[in-house]
Write a protein that binds this ligand. Structure first.
Ligand code: FES
Length: 180
């Protein structure tokens, strides 16, 4: 995960569960049940908010709006605090991702190897800005800051598959081959 300053609402203190609160665990909606189970699995941890958010996004693909009050109740936080953290980190999506998620590394080593040019090219090819999804739901484009392939950048991922030394031409090939 990207190194960023401490997010608003994050404290190092243990965030304890509150399963007695009304809204979180009482919903009969299956999504609500799934969310509650994910929250319950992590909410006993120290600084549980980020692990909870990661677990939800890893399992569901994004953080649904309905998760905010459930998380807030379980962790004894305000809804504003939870929402503030979700919006602080670009990593967290608030809407479902496209069928293919493309991440372009924009950190220094990749920049030195042409990542800026590639990033511009990818946006043009997809017709999509970073941290956005194409209108037809095909692609979500995200920036990341180091994928561990610094010596052979520019690096990208496509649905978690890593690709190194990605030139604009190579990106076009990947598109043509249906790899994305
Ligand atoms: S800087 Fe891009 S992979 Fe490390």
């Amino acid at each position: 995960m990207t190194t960023q300053n401490q997010a608003p609402g994050i404290s190092d203190a243990t965030q304890s569960c509150d399963h007695s609160s009304s809204e979180g665990c009482s919903s009969d909606h299956s999504n609500s049940d799934q969310l509650s189970a994910l929250i319950a699995r992590h909410c006993g941890m120290s600084g549980a908010l980020l692990p909870v958010l990661h677990a939800i996004q890893d399992n569901i693909g994004f953080i649904p709006e309905m998760a905010v009050p459930l998380i807030a109740d379980a962790l004894n936080l305000s809804r504003a605090e939870v929402h503030g953290v979700i919006t602080y980190y670009h990593h967290f999506r608030q809407t479902p991702p496209g069928r293919t998620v493309i991440q372009v590394c924009r950190a220094e080593a990749c920049q030195a190897r042409g990542a800026d040019k590639l990033a511009q090219h990818v946006q043009t090819q997809l017709g999509c800005d970073f941290h956005a999804t194409t209108a037809d739901g095909s692609f979500t484009l995200e920036s990341v800051y180091c994928l561990g392939l610094c010596a052979c950048g520019p690096a990208i991922t496509m649905n978690d598959q890593l690709y190194a030394r990605v030139s604009p031409e190579k990106f076009n090939q990947l598109l043509k081959q249906g790899n994305v």
